[in-house]
Design a protein. Structure first.
Length: 147
């Protein structure tokens, strides 16, 4: 009985999260986690905590623990990647998402990586990427549609 109840609460959390309501999802995931703390539930709970409460470090810790418990679960990689994005760590997010893809193809991971995009190489490779010449010439060429 408790597993069914936890699963029902988790499903409700997913439904409201998919509608963009992370506050309500946080409540549902917390209730589900209290009954049956599965790694996937922990990862969704961690994502909602990071997004709504700003508890980034705690969320990363929780999600990393969930990843240790279920290292082949694509959803946990996706949620950890989203937490890294909330933290402003795009490089870490891309790395985690790619690690998830190494475990096997998953459409949600591929979609998130595609959304993040890849950077083109700097125009002038002998200058650092953040050099103003590289930045502004790249922006101008991009606006002209030449890059």
């Amino acid at each position: 009985m408790p597993d069914n109840e936890a699963e029902a609460l988790f499903t409700k959390g997913l439904e409201v999260l998919n509608r963009g309501n992370t506050v309500a999802a946080l409540t549902w995931f917390e209730k589900s986690w209290q009954i049956n703390p599965t790694p996937v539930t922990c990862s969704y709970l961690a994502y909602c905590m990071a997004k709504e409460r700003g508890q980034i470090k705690k969320a990363i810790s929780i999600c990393a623990k969930a990843l240790q418990d279920a290292p082949d679960n694509h959803t946990i990689y996706l949620n950890l990647g989203k937490i890294y994005l909330l933290a402003g760590n795009k490089t870490g997010a891309i790395q985690i998402l790619r690690e998830g893809l190494d475990k096997g193809a998953d459409q949600l991971l591929i979609a998130e990586l595609t959304r993040l995009g890849t950077r083109k190489p700097p125009l002038f490779t002998f200058l650092p990427r953040n050099n103003p010449i590289n930045k502004f010439v790249g922006m101008i060429l991009g606006k002209l549609g030449l890059r």
